[in-house]
Design a protein around this ligand. Sequence first.
Ligand code: NDP
Ligand code: MG
Length: 387
Amino acid sequence: MKNISILGATGSIGRNTLDLIQRERDKLKVVGLTGANNIRLLAESAIKFNADIVATSNDNKFHDLKEMLSGHQVEVCAGINGVLEVASRQVDWVMSSIVGSAGLLPGLKALEAGANLALANKESMVAAGPIMKRAAEAQGVKLIPVDSEHSAISQVIRGEERDSLSKIIITASGGAFRNLTISELIDVTPEQASKHPNWNMGQRITIDSASLFNKALEVIEAKEFFGLKASEIEVLIHPQSLVHAIACFCDGGMKAHIGPSDMRHAIAYALYEEKRFNLPLEEVDLSKVGTLDFEKPDLLKYPALKLGFDVLEQGGLAGAAFNAAKEEALDNFLDHKLSFLGMADVVRATMDELSSKNQLSSEVELEAVIDIDRQARLIAKIFVDKF
Ligand code: NDP
Ligand code: MG
């Protein structure tokens, strides 16, 4: 029996993970589940999967969650400490699928407790990749990518020598506004940005896909997972979202990963630790798809992507600051206090301010990451009023 916990079980990735577990209940045992506000789904999942422990990160929801689970043999806890308690339970495999930097400490705790960590929460790799990798190494456990592009990279480079790899291409669908011009982007709303043409995901990553902030995070994530330099990563817009990554080799050969726009493919690859699982997903029918298009992204239309490459080159604490400033900018866009294009302006200004004070070059240690995250949010808040 493989013991499993899911951090962020009520979200899009968490629900997809439970869907896979449901298919193999005789081999997979759910130990812990966490959520935040959707405690009804959290309670239903805890009952359905017979979990040992659940936590809501929202202290105010503790009593309601406890009531929903009364009469069931399950430990209930709340707050960040409750989530960390779930993360520290000894299991074989943990899905890290909390959204945003709130996923960093729980994911780290799970690694420290000796679990193999499937990492959907890209923010923890962007902010603290070296810390995550050190923790995995110290415990001798695996850190497995779940992001579709990174899962695809691990699939295409498998069995190849690192020296023979010259470049990785990751694709971006272009999100909700792929066909809009820059001037048409000025007035777009959070509601419009929340509709992804190909993927069904949480709201924040959907908006980040429209701005390409998601792709910016992903190039940094690719550097951390696969030790790639900026010059070894290329992003292409690929509207069909079928080719997720392409490895380019020194002999001119290229290996592309084609997969369905369904995260259960990448989650299953992580769940079965790089073995293939028989998933009843609809096969991609290339004769129906007909054409696969690729084009270079317009960096004027997608300034976030340029910022992501700058952050990748900068290293140090730049990733943590970038992610925090981006989260603050996104909160303000969602509150209609900042325009869609204003998000990149705020993040760039925040990064410039922190760089000019020489705040980003320190070693990536946990205390420094938490501190720069706090500083970046404060500075970004000030810039929101200026843009
Ligand atoms: P969702 O918004 O759908 O789910 C987020 C999960 O995190 C929910 O369980 C939510 O609880 C919980 N949560 C929210 N805030 C907090 C907090 N402060 N503390 C603890 N838990 C919290 O997000 P997604 O599933 O779409 O994304 C999860 C992660 O996976 C992100 O890092 C995203 O970038 C990454 N990812 C997602 C993909 C996708 O297809 N969705 C693809 C690739 C990567 P509740 O719902 O109960 O409030
Ligand atoms: Mg992705």
